[in-house]
Design a protein around this ligand. Structure first.
Ligand SMILES: *Cc1c(COP(=O)(O)O)cnc(C)c1O
Length: 383
């Protein structure tokens, strides 16, 4: 048995980022200054459309969306069962009730037939996640939602498009994460985007205490008024400076991810009872956060053994996500949990392995992962 060094994720930081941070530190504007503005403009240019404001995290962006929509006690918000807990915390914190919908087994995205059935007169908003960069069919989501506002959790879906339009620009707003293992990083950080300029302007103000003018808009320094309650969910200049440099790497990052994913999926799909989740249609353009590999038949029950064997060979893995959200202790205790409602999310949580395809790896790495998987599966089938 040979060991390799194939980590699940690794931020791509070079002298570009180091120099940019030093430039900020050698200046005197450390927060909400020109780097934040440049990062927001660059993000918007990358999407090719829409508007953007930087935030302190994706969770902050999601929370801002709930607040902006006036979500509160007595309201229901439809959320995916298969997502990061942040999607649901952002609803729970407002006092509204999350209503969980299961996912499809082909993509990990919300089952849109079940979405329609979950809508009630109390539904105040619908939150969808683009699972592991596989975009939800937003044309169908918007059609099912009608007048109900839609929030897009795009934390793992930078660059993903539906019919050519970037995710996050379909519903009320979209939320991005720059946590270290996502497509690009600022350490911690997030972006809130929308096709609607007023939505972004309103939320940008709220995320900066809701003061009525920024530093540059003030005629007399230190003088401002406040027209509503607000938060401090801003990004710092050091983070934004890193973000500007990361944006320049996006074309290379997406190209390498595509090459890696294509090779890895072809290799893994050739193994019996191993299936990689992917977009069903060309028009739903994924940017391949990782290869979510579902184990079927007799392999399903051996998931953890396979993970241990892969890790022992130096291949990093993860699980997206470890539980359907309603199975997490807090949500189970509060709302109850019926496994029969979430067969799709349970299968992915318990029988799938997230394998790396990030730009820190090349096709040689993908071949090594496929070879290790084949060997491990063969060993298990024999024993
Ligand atoms: C990582 C992740 C988040 C949380 O992002 P932070 O920037 O760490 O708050 C939210 N939603 C999804 C789908 C994620 O994968």
């Amino acid at each position: 048995m040979s060991t390799t060094d194939i980590p699940f994720g690794r931020p791509w930081i070079t002298d570009d980022e180091r120099d940019a941070v030093m430039q900020v530190l050698n200046g005197h504007i450390l927060t909400h200054g020109p780097n934040c503005t440049a990062f927001e403009d660059g993000f918007r240019a990358m999407m090719g459309d829409g508007h953007a404001t930087s935030t302190s995290s994706c969770m902050a962006s999601l929370h801002l969306c709930s607040i902006d929509l006036g979500v509160g006690p007595g309201d229901e918000v439809i959320v995916p069962a298969m997502t990061h807990v942040a999607t649901v915390h952002a609803v729970e914190l407002t006092g509204a009730t999350p209503v969980f919908v299961d996912c499809e087994l082909t993509s990990g995205n919300m089952d849109l037939d079940a979405l329609g059935a979950a809508i009630t007169p109390r539904t105040k908003a619908i939150s969808v996640v683009h699972y592991a960069a596989i975009p939800c069919d937003m044309v169908r989501v918007m059609d099912i939602a009608g007048d109900i506002p839609v929030i897009e959790d795009c934390a793992l879906a930078l660059g993903a498009r539906v019919d050519g339009r970037h995710v996050g620009l379909w519903g009320h707003a979209g939320c991005y994460s720059f946590y270290p293992v996502k497509h690009i990083t600022t350490g911690e950080g997030g972006m809130l985007v929308s096709k609607n300029a007023d939505t972004v302007a309103r939320i940008a103000r709220f995320r900066a205490f809701n003061v009525d003018r920024t530093h540059t808009e003030r005629k007399i320094p230190g003088i401002y008024d406040v027209t509503g309650v607000g938060m401090n969910y801003r990004m710092s200049e050091m983070q934004a400076a890193i973000g500007c440099q990361q944006l320049k790497k996006v074309p290379d990052i997406l190209a390498q991810r595509r090459t890696n994913f294509t090779a890895l999926k072809a290799g893994l799909d050739a193994i019996e009872n191993v299936r990689v989740l992917d977009s069903a249609e060309e028009r739903l353009q994924s940017t391949h956060y990782c290869a979510v590999t579902l184990l079927e038949g007799p392999l399903a029950a051996r998931r953890d053994d396979i993970i241990v064997a892969l890790n022992a060979r130096g291949i990093g893995t993860s699980v997206y996500y470890p539980h359907p959200i309603p199975r997490l202790t807090y949500y189970r205790d509060k709302y109850g949990y019926n496994p029969a409602d979430f067969p799709g999310a349970i299968a992915i949580s318990d029988h799938a392995i997230a394998l790396p395809c990030g730009p820190h790896l090349d096709v040689g790495g993908m071949t090594a992962i496929t070879a290790a998987m084949r060997e491990i599966v063969l060993g298990l089938t024999r024993s």
